[in-house]
Ligand binder design. Structure first.
Ligand SMILES: Cc1cc2nc3c(=O)[nH]c(=O)nc-3n(C[C@H](O)[C@H](O)[C@H](O)COP(=O)(O)OP(=O)(O)OC[C@H]3O[C@@H](n4cnc5c(N)ncnc54)[C@H](O)[C@@H]3O)c2cc1C
Length: 354
């Protein structure tokens, strides 16, 4: 176990933002993870768990406590059952399942970060979410002081949310188990129209696994959604805001605002909100931001909207977390004024809030 004091956290995040931690512990085995968590809890020291740092906004003052970087490794494939250690690099694990000819997570290629963080916000993209394939999460329960196994139902997965996100100081994920599918080298049925279109097939069709993965990677790269250290459009946390979920009444009020502002013919995006939100409608945060006047590349300071995607706020190289938050607050206020909807940040904030 490596322990550093007054350690910079910015290099551990994809935003490259945030001050130092009093202590930074890097754990490479489950036992080291558990030891570090127990020690912090026994001494009443605040604990910040870090995987790939791709969904974290850390304040400029840093973290007064122990930051625990999870660097465990383990990729075990038995038949169609996959078990990943929390520290495994997610996008590499996806590539290995595709090489093994198994379907279920191929459209989640290119998502940065660790396997252990995927259940936290029920990672999803291009028509797949990990909630469809996760069978069990093995975690250290800081309340019960023991290692526990949570079933898929125990995780209470919904859109970009889970039991872990709802109760952030309770569980440290150690391992994640997935049930994949052997479809003879083909992908799961494609659910996302853009992917199907790019592959020249219909939604619901299956395609060779490698083609599905490569197409998703290409689509993502075009939006700055694959990490590239040379490209400031990827110095981000991916989507900075979640897509708003509205009741019928809220949607009707929103619809009226859209018509008043943009004209009668304009229809805002509307999709069923999915499991956990029956009868609700999801609209698009990217659309709201764009139509409120924050177009790609918006901003003149060191934090700006990505030139490739309106939903990604980015560090152009010299930004501070305060610069980023100022931009985020400006976007939230502008969208609220235009459409009466308050956007909610997707990344986890540490020591700061919007
Ligand atoms: C370019 C880019 C594109 C992205 N695209 C997508 C996308 O398409 N879909 C999507 O869903 N997300 C996307 N994201 C967000 C991010 O990649 C995911 O949320 C990812 O799962 C975060 O993993 P991480 O290991 O980096 O977590 P971190 O950023 O290190 O941590 C995020 C949160 O999870 C907690 N956490 C991390 N590991 C553990 C653990 N083992 N146990 C308990 N808690 C833990 C942390 O404490 C923190 O609260 C994108 C990010 C970037 C930068």
């Amino acid at each position: 176990m490596q322990v550093l004091h007054d350690a910079p956290l910015a290099p551990l995040t994809t935003f490259r933002l945030g001050g130092p931690a009093d202590r930074l512990v890097t754990a490479t085995t489950d036992a080291e993870v558990i030891d570090a968590v127990r020690e912090a809890d026994a001494t009443g020291t605040p604990l910040l768990v870090i995987g790939g740092g791709s969904n974290l906004v850390i304040g400029d003052k840093g973290f007064a406590g122990t930051a625990l970087r999870i660097a465990t490794t383990g990729f075990e494939l038995t038949g169609t059952t996959l078990e990943l250690a929390a520290g495994e690099v997610w996008t590499d694990a996806v590539a290995r399942t595709v090489d093994a000819g198994l379907a279920g997570i191929e459209c989640l290629a290119g998502i940065p970060g660790s396997a252990g963080a995927t259940p936290i916000q029920n990672v999803g993209a291009y028509g797949q979410e990990v909630s469809s394939t996760i069978t069990e999460v093995i975690a250290y329960d800081r309340r019960a002081h023991e290692t526990v196994t949570l079933t898929n139902a125990d995780c209470v997965f919904t859109y970009r949310h889970s039991r872990f996100k709802a109760d952030p100081d309770r569980y440290v994920v150690l391992r994640v188990r997935f049930a994949l599918e052997d479809a003879g080298g083909l992908s799961a049925p494609l659910k996302y129209a853009e992917t199907a279109r790019a592959l020249g097939v219909e939604p619901g069709d299956r395609v060779p696994l490698a083609e599905a993965r490569e197409t998703v990677l290409k689509l993502r790269a075009g939006k700055g959604m694959v990490l590239d250290p040379e490209d400031h459009d990827t110095w981000s946390a991916g989507s900075f805001f979640t897509n708003p979920i509205l009741t019928d009444e809220q949607f009707a009020a929103f619809h009226a605002r859209v018509r008043a502002r943009l004209g009668d013919g304009v229809e805002p995006p509307a999709y069923p909100a999915g499991p956990g939100h029956p009868g609700h409608t999801k609209t698009s945060a990217a659309w709201l931001i764009d139509k409120a006047g924050f177009t790609k590349g918006y901003g003149t300071g060191p934090a700006r909207i990505s030139t490739k995607h309106t939903l990604a706020l980015t560090n152009r190289g010299e930004a501070t977390t305060e610069d980023l938050l100022a931009l985020a607050r400006e976007v939230v206020a502008g969208v609220r004024e235009a459409f009466g909807i308050t956007l909610v940040n997707e990344p986890v904030t540490v020591g700061v809030s919007l």
